[in-house]
Write a protein that binds this ligand. Structure first.
Ligand SMILES: C[S@@+](CC[C@H](N)C(=O)[O-])C[C@H]1O[C@@H](n2cnc3c(N)ncnc32)[C@H](O)[C@@H]1O
Length: 257
């Protein structure tokens, strides 16, 4: 997200919040408070670090090293920042059915969204490229009987997963995949469609700041690739501060391309 945009928002929220901070309690729908800006700054630093490491080590080792150095590199689990928690709740609220059979959280990180998905699915599997993230996700999710985690790369998923999931969630992951040019993005979209049961649901969510920054434009490109795939029909699209979420259903009326 652009720094200038964030600073403007911070000023607006700061003014709304008032000197003593009490007004914030009367504005529960504000997406973020001024100190939530730190979350975005931390995330941008982590992204830059992953990018540097990836050039030398490759994706798996780069993400793994990042989680080994800080067990919460995107500060997603910190109670200090409410933005990420609100976002997870909003994503869960968008789901079109009360209950799903098997759900998959692709690029699950620490498994925080996976945990929330257990309220809406009989069984949830979280997959992440970083074994260190999976270790932490397993520890954090030990109390959930219907939750499991596995290490794996979205670009190299086992064919045994095909047709297994009524719901696939992909939140803030695909813009880390490289390369995403040529037909690579289209191939990833088809691979995700393969994971679904006929008519299954895919929830795609990515950072979005009114297309004002490079990352938002990439998010738009990713969502468009899903919309353009004949295997998916768009069920609904939701722009929220500061993410874009689209729900797709796997089309049962097309022959797999
Ligand atoms: C910003 S975090 C998002 C985590 C989680 N989806 C959430 O919303 O809290 C991005 C995650 O994508 C994972 N990731 C990146 N490339 C991946 C790949 N090729 N396959 C699986 N996971 C990947 C990273 O390890 C990291 O945990």
């Amino acid at each position: 997200m652009s720094g200038i945009g964030l600073l403007r928002l911070s000023a607006v929220f700061g003014a709304l919040r008032g000197q003593d901070g009490r007004a914030a309690k009367r504005l529960p729908l504000l997406p973020m408070l001024p100190h939530d800006l730190v979350l975005f700054i931390k995330s941008a630093r982590t992204d830059a670090k992953v990018e540097r490491l990836r050039r030398d080590l490759g994706s798996r080792a780069a993400f793994d090293a990042t989680y080994r150095e800080s067990n919460d590199p995107w500060a997603s689990a910190s109670p200090r920042y409410r933005y990420q928690w609100l976002k997870y709740d909003k994503l869960i609220a968008l789901l079109p059915r009360k209950n799903f059979g098997r759900a998959l959280d692709l690029g699950c990180g620490l498994g925080l969204l996976s945990q929330k998905l257990t309220q809406r699915a009989d069984h949830v599997l979280g997959i992440d490229i970083a074994p260190a993230a999976i270790d932490i996700a397993r520890q954090r999710g030990a109390g959930f009987s219907n939750l499991a985690f596995e290490s794996g790369d979205i670009l190299d998923l086992s064919p045994s997963l095909n047709g297994c999931f009524d719901l696939v969630v992909v939140a803030d992951v695909l813009y880390y995949l490289s390369p995403l040019d040529g037909g690579a993005l289209e191939a990833i979209v088809k691979r995700i469609a393969d994971l679904l049961t006929p008519g299954g649901t895919c929830l795609l969510a990515n950072h979005f700041f009114f297309s004002a920054d490079r990352e938002s434009r990439m998010s738009r490109r990713i969502h468009t690739a899903f919309s353009d795939c004949p295997r998916f029909a768009v069920t609904s699209e939701h722009r929220r501060a500061f993410f874009l979420a689209t729900l797709f259903s796997e089309r049962t009326d097309t022959i797999a391309a």
